[in-house]
Design a protein around this ligand. Structure first.
Ligand code: CA
Length: 235
């Protein structure tokens, strides 16, 4: 067994275009991932629920159930990392996909290196034990009625758990750690996503909107026009 195969992350690819699915499978297996492919949305959803893969790569347009619906359904019960495949030049898809809870998206046709880099980045962000080599972080951030457990990556408002995607969580932590300070969209993109999204700052706006919706009055995220966002301490 090679080094890359010792941590056999299981990637589920839900994609009806056979050439894309088999191409992605070939590259991912060469990198040591275990790969399952489903060529229908409904089948993919069943496999995701029964086999608990480490990460799901889901195409948007699928027979059976589409990628949006798969993402929405998986998000009701799990924080499993999801990367959505979208058609080229279709920015609406990206925004809606991220709103539905996908962690990242890739535009087809994609370079296999990019797919692997995105998968590794999403897995890194979603695995707290890989983020801190000294072990789980037991730090808890408190802000008004909100508590954020960094190690467990859990957020509670008035003792009720709030389900956030891995990126929403990272974004919230960064803003709360820097409360009172304006964070620019570029800083947020670079520190949460690990690379700049070719200036696609709407990605940030979509995630901020989701955080506001999920956290309500418990977290005041102010828009600083033309610059970015800041969290203000509750009065
Ligand atoms: Ca398709």
């Amino acid at each position: 067994m090679t080094d890359t195969a010792t941590r056999a992350d299981h990637i589920l690819i839900i994609e009806d275009e056979e050439n894309i699915a088999s191409f992605a499978r070939m590259y991912l297996e060469a990198e040591g991932f275990r790969v399952s492919v489903a060529d229908r949305g409904d089948v993919g959803l069943d496999v995701a629920r029964s086999e608990h893969p480490t990460l799901v790569v889901v195409d948007l347009m699928l027979p059976g159930v589409d990628g949006f619906e798969i993402t929405r359904q998986l998000r009701t019960s799990s924080r499993i990392p999801i990367i959505m495949l979208t058609a080229r030049d279709d920015p609406i898809d990206k925004v809606v996909g991220l709103e539905m809870g996908a962690d990242d998206y890739i535009t087809k046709p994609f370079n296999p290196r990019e797919l692997i880099a995105r998968i590794r980045a999403v897995l890194r962000r979603s695995d707290p034990s890989l983020q801190d080599p000294t072990g789980p972080d037991d730090t808890v951030l408190e802000l008004g009625a909100m508590r954020i457990a960094l190690g467990g990556r859990e957020v509670e408002v008035n003792d009720e758990a709030v389900a956030l995607t891995p990126k929403e969580f990272d974004l919230l932590v960064l803003l709360v750690e820097n409360r009172g300070i304006v964070m620019t969209r570029e800083q947020l993109l670079e520190r949460v996503w690990g690379y700049t999204f070719l200036g696609d700052s709407r990605t940030i706006d979509v995630h901020i909107r989701q955080l506001r919706r999920k956290l309500g009055d418990a977290c005041q995220i102010e828009t600083v026009w033309g610059t970015g966002y800041k969290v203000v301490a509750p009065r």
